[in-house]
Design a protein around this ligand. Structure first.
Ligand SMILES: Cc1cc2nc3c(=O)[nH]c(=O)nc-3n(C[C@H](O)[C@H](O)[C@H](O)COP(=O)(O)OP(=O)(O)OC[C@H]3O[C@@H](n4cnc5c(N)ncnc54)[C@H](O)[C@@H]3O)c2cc1C
Length: 340
């Protein structure tokens, strides 16, 4: 099997296929495990996923979070306890771990190359498909020397939302997703220090107080990453194509579910691909079946997360949502937790 993309989805699938004795080659256009725009907060990581991917050896270093606080323009909006503890793991650590597991089971890696889809036997795990007409873009950085007000802080403004949580070794992940026609601003220029660029962006996107809190912070320089052209929900794909992870569907990031969904999707795909590798199923049927199973598994979750993301970020509905959250009229907490 050939897998295009060495992210969580691609390497997760490679681990499962190679453990079934199926030879796997992964092609990735980048240089390998690295920082990515991601909140690194892992919702939905149940014991079944932890066991199957043998993640406990990496999770022992990861902080577990139980409390969430939401803020609107730096004023407290909601605080609640999570029904179960959630891990935060830095992407470079997680991907290095998955790569090591792949290598131990004989997976071949080719980096710095784009995958060329073949007629059959190729899995697309190349992440979100970008589009130039989406206003949504994301940023992330790792910092130290900032005191958090909750295990997980979520900040909302008319331009988007930002999350903060502690990952391993005491680093704090600051990442956000924003919409804007233009973000031209002096402070964002490439020559400026990463922390100053993040501060400039936060100020520009309506998070001035959060930006002030980064004044004394120290950043991990190579951790500043950005991404643009973000499209939510099911991604465009060809009819005979087997796509998993974000290449199949991208759930709005406030849910913190993207990585667990990528691993769950890989489990579904591995089961069906095993039949193809034994010659029991045609590739076209495999593609259709995986797509159907992924849709059955994730459609509801993605639909509600997209609807909530829309309400939260729409200039028309955001003010009412903020009022409702403050008044306690609607059970926002269970909605937020339940759908994501
Ligand atoms: C702002 C933001 C915050 C987020 N926060 C969270 C969070 O807190 N918790 C969470 O669980 N999820 C979060 N996510 C989502 C999470 O990052 C994704 O769901 C997850 O990365 C999906 O993994 P993937 O393997 O499908 O794709 P990716 O991680 O994007 O990996 C795709 C890989 O494919 C490679 N590639 C691309 N094109 C090609 C090509 N043509 N040929 C070969 N290789 C190629 C890339 O180099 C990359 O290595 C967030 C996302 C954003 C944007």
């Amino acid at each position: 099997m050939e897998i295009h993309g060495a992210g969580v989805a691609g390497m997760g699938l490679a681990v499962l296929l190679s453990s079934r004795g199926i030879p796997v080659k992964i092609i990735d256009r980048s240089t390998g495990p690295q920082h990515r725009v991601c909140g690194e907060f892992m919702r939905g990581l149940n014991s079944q996923l932890i066991d199957q991917y043998e993640l406990s050896s990496i999770l022992h270093e990861a902080p577990q979070h139980r409390k969430v606080a939401w803020f609107f323009e730096d004023k407290s909006l909601l605080q609640f306890d999570l029904p179960e503890a959630v891990y935060s793991v830095g992407r470079p650590s997680l991907e290095r771990y998955l790569k090591k597991r792949c290598e131990e089971s004989g997976v071949e890696f080719v980096f710095n190359e784009r995958g060329i889809p073949k007629n059959e036997g190729t899995v697309i795990a190349t992440g979100r498909r970008r589009t130039f007409d989406s206003p949504w873009f994301g940023f992330k950085i790792h910092v130290r020397n900032i005191a958090l007000r909750s295990d997980l802080e979520m900040h909302l403004s008319p331009c988007g939302y930002v999350g903060l949580s502690t990952i391993e070794k005491g680093w704090v992940n600051v990442s956000g997703i924003f919409k804007s026609g233009s973000i031209e601003t002096e402070g964002l220029k490439k020559g400026n220090l990463p922390i100053h660029r993040m501060q400039a962006l936060l100020t520009r996107m309506g998070f001035a107080r959060l930006s002030d809190r980064l004044e004394e912070a120290v950043a991990e320089p190579e951790s500043l990453k950005s991404t643009s052209g973000i499209v939510f929900g099911f991604q465009k794909s060809k009819s005979i194509e087997l796509a998993i992870g974000d290449a199949f569907a991208f759930i709005p990031p406030f849910s913190g579910s993207g990585m667990a969904m990528a691993l769950q999707g890989a489990q579904i795909a591995a089961r069906v691909i095993e039949r193809y590798s034994r010659g029991e199923e045609a590739w076209e049927k495999v593609c259709r079946e995986v797509r159907r199973e992924l849709k059955n598994r994730f459609s509801k979750k993605i639909f509600f997360a997209q609807a909530f993301h829309y309400l939260m970020s729409s200039s028309q509905f955001q003010p009412s949502l903020v009022k409702i959250a403050r008044s306690g009229l609607l059970p926002i907490k269970p909605i937020l937790w339940g759908i994501s």
